[in-house]
Design a protein around this ligand. Structure first.
Ligand SMILES: OC[C@H]1O[C@H](O[C@H]2O[C@H](CO)[C@@H](O)[C@H](O)[C@H]2O)[C@H](O)[C@@H](O)[C@@H]1O
Length: 622
């Protein structure tokens, strides 16, 4: 039986990450980077597609697991008829070659254990050439070289490396897997005492990082675990942040909505930046801004919506036909064709993030404003273009209302950069642009008969991204057009207590160009909780938030979506876009007010009440 996604834990070193099942099987690992080929791909197939099992030989069930405090050092405890044993899994964060360490500690009795290492490079396709040298195994496949060191004897056969050993109370054994390059010197011999010290150092590193969190509000444990998860999804050498460490975990079990998330989406990364800033992580925000400016360097007018972790622009999408997919969800995809899409909202998100960074007092970077000016040049001549929207639809481009709202955000933040920070730019022209976009959105993106903003101009459909309208300051939360939209989302997109992203079909036509059907979208459900808080419906916001918290697995991790029928997490895992709003909504609930007001602590967006002098057309906060 394949494991549920909830059964997996995350370990990582901020260059890559592994998923470890509660049965002791490491079923996903890409080396050396998040977006490299997987050498363990059993998650999307079967054990023969690569994995590393460390567990009692009698397959005893795990008793409990946890992270050591605020760290990514994982402990899984097993109880068998023979006794109890603990497996400690972690990846050191010391900046040398990506390394996975597994320690086995006897707690009671004498437990027979098995370590079965099945390396299969290229996402399960290529068994390596194996060379055993005592208790060291070297695995070669083209540029992939992995060195495995064991504290116990092992045998090699059928492409696997197997160690059977017994652990008594107080015993400790270590295993270490190091990924090097073909011409790198061999790793130093395994030193069990030093390996134990490395576990402590790794734990300490994470604890110290978590201790920098300035959040003191409610739900602190959940918030800190989400921040640790977001940090684990960052790529330390460059400052980029991946959306998730996995590819092709399905948005519907058995379905085709399976995408590769091991890249840096400007949208997701921008939300992450705002969240980290709010929690006091300025260094991360600076690193992200540097990554962004490097990625956009050259021609910011031809900005992509996502990049590789080092800023790579070409991310061609291919289907991997040798992997059967998670619970037969095919195809498995590598790369992401959405990289070539036009998504206008990204301009607004970027302009907002760089504005917030300034407002938080992040040291200025002269290149940031140069890039923003170039983005505005592009937007001024393209904001009326139909696009693929926030949900990256693969159907026809449309005038998505949320995209236009975010074009307004871009113009608004450009004006504020001049007004508030004295930066140089055509403020009057941008003010006119802002007003023009606002007028158009209210005229064509709003359906007065239904009393709601619509998915795209003239559409009968609805879109949960419209919940962000008050958050970004386009209209106040108590504007009847906003309250009407929230009511429409409750009526049409709320199912079994969680929010769907959008109306999927229009007659018989699929809006997103894909067979319809997916789970509830967790970020959108957090946004509804935010909208409640903004409207003063704090009790409802809290109830919804706590319902979302209940979906986290035992280690506090969330995927992108939730299948309410099977009551299971689905979609890539763990997903930054779900952990970001968890932190934001906790902050909003603590403050008892919405995100627009929260941000106004550093921004001038709160403005006068609608209709008062200084408020914009249709009550927009100017
Ligand atoms: O559902 C269709 C699209 O799904 C993916 O995009 C989603 O994930 C992105 C990363 O978190 C997020 O930024 C986006 O808003 C989501 O819709 C997938 O990457 C796309 O290729 C796919 O078309």
């Amino acid at each position: 039986m394949p494991l549920r996604l909830e059964d997996y834990a995350l370990i990582g070193d901020m260059r890559t990450a592994a998923l470890v099942g509660h049965d002791g099987s490491m079923d996903w690992l890409c080396l050396p980077r998040f977006d490299s080929g997987a050498c363990f791909a059993a998650l999307l197939g079967r054990p023969e597609h690569g994995r590393w099992l460390v567990a009692p030989s009698d397959r005893a069930r795990p008793l409990a697991r946890r992270y050591r405090g605020d760290s990514l050092v994982l402990e899984t405890e097993f109880a068998s008829a023979e006794g109890r044993v603990r497996v400690v899994d972690f990846m050191p964060v010391d900046g040398s070659h990506p390394t996975v360490v597994r320690l086995v500690e006897g707690l009671s009795g004498r437990v027979r254990m098995t370590s079965r290492l099945s390396l299969r490079f290229d996402y399960g396709l290529t068994p390596p050439w194996l060379r055993a040298e005592g208790r060291r195994l070297r695995a070669f496949a083209g540029p992939d070289v992995v060195t495995f060191d064991s504290d116990v004897d092992f045998t090699v056969g059928h492409g696997d490396c197997v160690a059977d050993f017994a652990v008594g109370a107080g015993d400790r054994f270590c295993f270490r897997l190091v990924r090097g390059g073909p011409r790198d010197p061999d790793p130093a011999p395994l030193d069990p005492a030093r390996t134990v010290d490395t576990a402590s150092a790794t734990e300490r590193w994470w604890r110290e990082w978590a201790a920098r969190c300035r959040y003191t509000g409610e739900y602190r444990d959940a918030v800190v675990r989400s921040l640790i998860t977001l940090k684990a999804l960052s790529y330390a050498p460059s400052g980029g942040i991946v959306a998730a460490p996995t590819t092709s975990l399905p948005e519907r079990l058995g379905g085709v909505r399976n995408w590769d998330y091991r890249y840096c989406w400007l949208r997701d990364a921008t939300f992450t930046l705002l969240t980290l800033l709010g929690a006091g992580y300025e260094q991360e925000a600076i690193a992200w801004r540097e990554w962004l400016l490097r990625a956009l360097a050259g021609d910011p007018r031809r900005m992509h919506i996502m990049y590789g972790v080092e800023g790579e622009r070409l991310l061609p999408e291919v289907e991997v036909d040798w992997l059967p997919g998670y619970e037969h969800s095919r195809p498995v995809r590598i790369g992401n064709a959405a990289a070539g899409q036009l998504q206008l909202d990204v301009h607004g998100e970027l302009m907002d993030a760089l504005h917030q960074a300034r407002a938080h007092g992040i040291p200025p970077d002269p290149d940031a404003w140069r890039v923003q000016r170039a983005l505005m040049d592009f937007l001024e001549s393209h904001w009326r273009d139909p696009d693929n929207g926030i949900w990256e639809v693969r159907g026809p481009r449309r005038d998505f209302t949320h995209s236009k709202v975010m074009a307004w955000v871009a113009a608004d933040r450009a004006v504020k950069a001049v007004e508030r920070f004295g930066l140089d730019g055509p403020a009057d022209r941008w003010r006119r642009l802002r007003q023009e976009i606002h007028r158009e959105v209210c005229a064509y993106g709003y359906d007065a008969d239904r009393g709601t903003f619509t998915q795209y101009y003239g559409s009968a459909g609805l879109d949960a991204s419209l919940l962000l309208i008050p958050t970004v300051g386009f209209l106040p939360a108590d504007d009847p057009r906003v309250t009407g939209t929230v009511a429409a989302v409750e009526r049409e997109l709320l199912r079994d207590g969680f929010v769907q992203r959008y109306t999927m079909t229009r007659g018989s036509e699929a809006v997103d160009g894909l067979p319809s059907g997916e789970g509830a979208f967790l970020p959108c459900t957090f946004w509804l909780a935010d909208a409640y808080v903004l409207q003063g419906r704090v009790r409802e916001g809290r109830e919804l938030f706590e319902r979302l918290l209940d979906l986290r697995n035992d280690l506090g991790l969330l995927s992108e979506e939730y299948d309410t029928t099977h009551q299971r997490l689905i979609g890539n895992f763990p997903q930054a876009l779900s952990h970001i709003p968890l932190v934001d909504t906790a902050q909003n609930l603590t403050a008892g007010r919405g995100p627009a007001q929260r941000r106004s602590a550093t921004d001038d967006r709160s403005g006068p009440p609608p209709g008062a002098p200084g408020s914009g057309p249709d009550g927009a906060l100017q």
